[in-house]
Design a protein around this ligand. Structure first.
Ligand code: GLC
Length: 604
């Protein structure tokens, strides 16, 4: 979790016209010799194994994507109905945030049954149909797997809280209070806090102990020191693998374990030595005893081994494991890939790049170099936002050039080496739209933290499909209001506009898939002293090299990517994609970029 309070309101006034020049791809219709057929077969098998390495993974918040039954809440059939859109966009996989039965306190992240679908979203049959229809379009479905906690309505917790000697008691983290007596509950066992505000310990009157919850009170933490919990989740993961899912995104994975001695966490101090107070009015703690604790890697390795068991059954290909890994540095991130003997995640999220939160060329360059050089042979998973963070406009936009800035960000996301997470609606430039009144807030942290923390509703508003009532999301009353800007920012409008952000995303994704230097090339930074323009080279053995250059400023800039000492010869360039306003450069010596302009060219 990384929640920012700084949800700035932005408006759009962009005059950019994209000119998209994609390399033409032609497939010949000649007959194929036998050896070539064998080669094609092994290439197909290899691509099934490696599909995730250059994948575009599209995150859907199902509640907000497409409603088909008029209840104002998106559903699985809505996602199935929109698969052709996703196919055309070029996505390889869809990550669904949780769709399991849930009381919906945390909109699905409080699960009460791990082997079914919440009736709000549909049925298991609808899910199977989604997997099958997505499969026909070579799109995999990735499930969210929440293992840190369950709902307090899950039968395991109901049993656990029913008595101290129930067999499920030890599935959760129960402790006596400090100074607890036969009649008094004392104080919570230590100073640990919920990430969602206030003490992480909740007193339970029936069995007279406190239970630990890193998130909402209704989300009691599981006890990962209990081997039965491990076995239960291996079975659950197997259940979904048998239904053909392409992998999992492991939620809040770094919080599985806590310090067994329950040592207090440190209080974060400001530069004057005073405690930093968070949006909930509590002193900010350093997370040193409840995050990234010993034991975590073993669990991930177990899940990896479980997923690998399914690699050769009914559904071919690697099951990719994604980690929700907010970590303090690249060294910690590297450990989440595991080792060759004990592999862990294929794709732990790289939050180092995502949350720089300002257009700082040197900062981006340093973090991208880290992703390229400090993760060993592993594949970075880049992203810029998700259902927990204000969208790109609120963290990188300037209110005047938002569409152009979105082109800059999406180019970094999709023209760098690795897999990429795209949050639904980013491809059309949807804007963060937080509630303006506390009474309208749906996300409980927005109620606890109002007005400093307005919650996450602003980045979860309904997908904007067209300019009809409710943006084509629902015929009912949408669970969150559709932003007024849906009149102009919507899929239908952008589909018919070759200059739109949607057209830009499609073009970038197509380049990512079809240009060999993008599909398998490394990243090498160019012009590394420049503080206004970020430039890099993509190169793969035997493939033409490609340069990418993005202007981080509102002023026009010119770069010389073949300057003396750069090691790059001033070859001719073929434009693959560019923002408008820039003429095709005559050579690498002189590439002119407009405000927040982008240029991608292949060396001839
Ligand atoms: C993760 C989810 C977030 C959820 C939390 C608790 O951070 O992304 O939405 O609230 O876990 O499950």
């Amino acid at each position: 979790m990384c929640l920012s309070n700084a949800t700035k309101r932005k408006f759009e006034r962009s005059a950019w016209v994209a000119t998209i020049l994609l390399a033409a791809l032609c497939a010949g219709g000649q007959s194929v010799p036998a050896k070539a057929k064998v080669d094609a077969k092994s290439a197909a098998a290899a691509s099934e194994l490696d599909w995730w390495k250059n994948a575009v993974i599209y995150e859907i918040y199902p509640r907000s994507f497409q409603d088909t039954n008029g209840d104002g809440i998106g559903d699985l059939n809505g996602i199935t109905a929109r698969l052709d859109y996703l196919k055309e966009l070029g996505v390889d996989a869809i990550w669904l945030t949780p769709v399991y039965p849930s009381p919906q306190v945390d909109f699905g992240y409080d699960i009460s049954d791990y082997r079914n679908i919440d009736p709000q979203y549909g049925t298991l049959a609808d899910f199977d149909r989604l997997v099958a229809e997505a499969g026909k379009r070579h799109i995999r479905i990735i499930m969210d797997m929440v293992m840190n906690h369950t709902s307090d309505q899950h039968p395991w917790f109901l049993a656990s809280r029913s008595s101290r000697d129930n067999p499920y008691r030890d599935w959760y983290v129960w402790r006596d209070g400090k100074g607890q007596t036969a009649t008094g509950k004392g104080q919570p066992p230590n100073n640990w806090q919920s990430l969602f505000g206030h003490s992480a310990w909740q007193w339970d009157d029936k069995t007279r102990q406190y239970y630990y919850h890193k998130f909402y009170i209704q989300q009691p933490d599981l006890n990962w020191r209990n081997p039965a919990v491990h076995r239960a989740f291996e079975d659950i993961v197997g259940f979904w693998l048998e239904r053909g899912v392409g992998g999992f995104r492991f939620d809040a994975i770094t919080t599985l374990f806590e310090d067994p001695n329950l040592t207090d966490e440190g209080v974060v101090l400001d530069k004057n030595g005073k405690p930093v107070i968070n949006a909930y009015g509590d002193p900010q703690l350093d997370g040193s005893k409840t995050d990234n604790q010993p034991g975590l890697h073993q669990v991930v390795a177990e899940m990896r081994a479980t997923a690998d068991k399914f690699a050769s059954t009914r559904f071919p290909g690697t099951r990719a494991l994604i980690g929700e890994t907010y970590l303090p540095n690249i060294g910690e991130l590297k450990t989440m890939y595991g080792t060759p003997q004990h592999p862990e995640f294929e794709l732990p999220m790289d939050t180092q790049v995502a949350f720089i939160n300002k257009l700082d060329v040197a900062g981006f360059r340093a973090r991208l170099v880290d992703a390229e050089s400090r993760l060993g042979v592993n594949t970075p998973l880049l992203l810029f936002d998700n259902h927990d963070n204000p969208r790109i406009d609120a963290r990188y936009g300037d209110g005047l050039h938002d569409t152009a800035i979105q082109r800059v960000i999406s180019t970094i996301l999709l023209a760098s080496r690795g897999a990429a997470l795209v949050y639904y609606g980013d491809e059309i430039g949807m804007k963060t739209t937080p509630p303006s009144r506390k009474a309208d807030v749906k996300d409980p942290i927005g109620i606890t933290g109002w007005p400093k923390e307005k919650g996450r509703d602003g980045e979860r508003t309904p997908m904007q499909w067209n300019d009809t009532a409710n943006a084509g999301f629902t015929t009912g009353k949408p669970w969150l209001p559709v932003p007024p800007n849906a009149d102009t920012i919507n899929v239908r409008a952008e589909q018919s506009n070759p200059a739109s952000l949607l057209a830009w995303y499609k073009a970038l994704i197509q380049l990512k898939k079809t240009v060999p230097a993008f599909a398998r090339g490394s990243n090498v930074m160019l012009d590394t002293e420049n503080t206004k323009v970020l430039s890099w080279l993509r190169q793969a053995p035997g493939a033409p090299r490609v340069v990418v250059t993005v202007n981080f400023t509102a002023q026009p800039q010119t770069v010389d990517l073949a300057a003396a000492g750069s090691g790059i010869a001033p070859e001719k360039l073929k434009t693959l994609l560019k923002s408008p306003g820039a003429a095709d450069p005559a050579s690498l010596h002189h590439i002119a970029l407009g405000p927040y302009g982008v240029y991608i060219g292949q060396m001839l």
